[in-house]
Design a protein around this ligand. Structure first.
Ligand code: HEM
Length: 193
């Protein structure tokens, strides 16, 4: 497998997601996901893929501006751990490309399950072998991130098209993609999912 350290998309070692493909289709219907969204994200990919470093600068700037968020990246000494931040950054960049282009199939579901767990006390800190005092990401912030991870993308998409309808299509599809991600990643947190 290629990709950054800890990126295990498609690995046979991943657990099968407890979310079935049938569940996934119902969630997609709930958020009004259609094939037009999939096509719009495929068109967004070549706009966003060359810009993932700049996108991550924006997102990490936002996290860094909020002490209660950056503390999730603390190392053993309680300060932000640059190696941890750097390792997650590379996987985050791939997530942008994957969200634009991966099929919503069993392999994709399994990796959503894995990354959901990596935000909970079940698996946070394991992938990068950090001894962080932050044992989990709070669900409230995971849901809250839908807004900044969506809103900050609009200027990048706008630079890739001069057609307002095309911008709306890509931006709307990105919003649905981030929402779908947060829904799937919320599964390990919830007893009534
Ligand atoms: C890991 C995205 C919410 C902190 C990651 C990764 C991605 C990501 C793509 C790397 C996944 C991989 O290992 O392949 C997102 C998205 C969120 C979200 C889409 C919400 C919609 C949050 C929040 C925080 C946070 C609210 C709190 C500051 C972290 C940390 C890791 C991580 C600390 C590393 C976890 C580990 O130890 O493996 N996130 N994230 N994330 N994220 Fe998030």
């Amino acid at each position: 497998m290629t990709g950054p350290r800890g990126y295990t998309y498609g690995s046979a070692d991943l657990e099968t997601s407890p979310v079935s493909l049938d569940d996934l289709r119902k969630i997609e219907e709930t958020i009004l996901w259609t094939d037009a969204d999939r096509q719009a994200l495929l068109r967004a990919r070549p706009i966003l893929e060359p810009r993932t470093d700049e996108i991550l600068d924006v997102w990490y700037g936002y996290v860094g501006d909020h002490p209660f968020l950056i503390e999730s990246f603390a190392g053993a000494d309680g300060n932000p751990d640059p190696d941890y931040l750097a390792a997650v950054r590379e996987r985050f960049k791939i997530w942008v490309v994957d969200l634009c282009s991966r099929e919503h199939d069993q392999e994709w579901l399994n990796y959503q399950h894995e990354v959901g767990l990596r935000h909970t006390s079940a698996k946070k800190n394991l992938t990068d072998a950090v001894e962080s005092p932050a044992a989990e990401i709070k669900l409230r912030y995971l849901i809250g991130f839908i807004v900044p991870l969506t809103a900050t993308m609009r200027p990048f998409l706008a630079e890739g098209t001069s057609d307002p309808e095309e911008l709306d299509a890509m931006y709307g599809a990105w919003f649905k993609g981030v929402t779908l991600t947060a829904i799937l990643w919320s599964e390990p947190y919830s007893t009534s999912w």
